[in-house]
Write a protein that binds this ligand. Sequence first.
Ligand code: MTE
Ligand code: MO
Length: 196
Amino acid sequence: MAVISRGFGARRRESDPRLPPGQYLTEDFPVLSAGPTPRIDPDEWRFDIRTESGESVSWSWDEFLSLPVEDVHTDIHCVTRWSKLGTSWRGVPLESLLEHVETDASYAMAHSYGGYTTNIPLDEVRGRAWVAFEFEGEPLDPEHGGPARLLVPHLYFWKSAKWVRGLTLMDNDEPGFWEQNGYNMHGDPWTEERYW
Ligand SMILES: Nc1nc2c(c(=O)[nH]1)N[C@H]1C(S)=C(S)[C@@H](COP(=O)(O)O)O[C@H]1N2
Ligand SMILES: [Mo]
């Protein structure tokens, strides 16, 4: 009996339906940053959206915090193969930021303090991307992207730009930092869109 239940346990863990192919579970929260952690004073923090026609809109930290928020309970998947299940975030839906501009753009380039960029398929992420500022009920740690980061949990986590400072909306897709360095333009963990 003991052997059988151990077998079942192991098999169930391997085939956890929440785990995309080629991923393993982690309980801790690894930090993956391509450079040093920028420290951004909330008084100087801004979030800008610039559209394909050059229109732009901008929020200060206080203005940003006055927007409606959502609590997001989600799994996250890094292309380096760790996945973390059931993480909790609070953030402003990207959708409610995009409502403030007129756009037909299909893509966005996310820009971060520190220079990181990543391209986002705009139509696809509507309704499932956030600018998150809390993790597990606490202000987001600087090393994890605080004061605010993009959260696009249905794509590999490199799309979730830490220290995000804005979006440039684009008619055509363009590669961001990792995408120029061999990462996939799209990054769906379920079909293992890892690299080119
Ligand atoms: N600005 C910025 N955002 C970033 C990165 C980065 O290097 N710089 N790394 C990306 C990658 S590859 C991953 S897996 C996640 C890691 O987030 P974490 O450090 O909070 O785990 O952030 C993503 N966002
Ligand atoms: Mo990553």
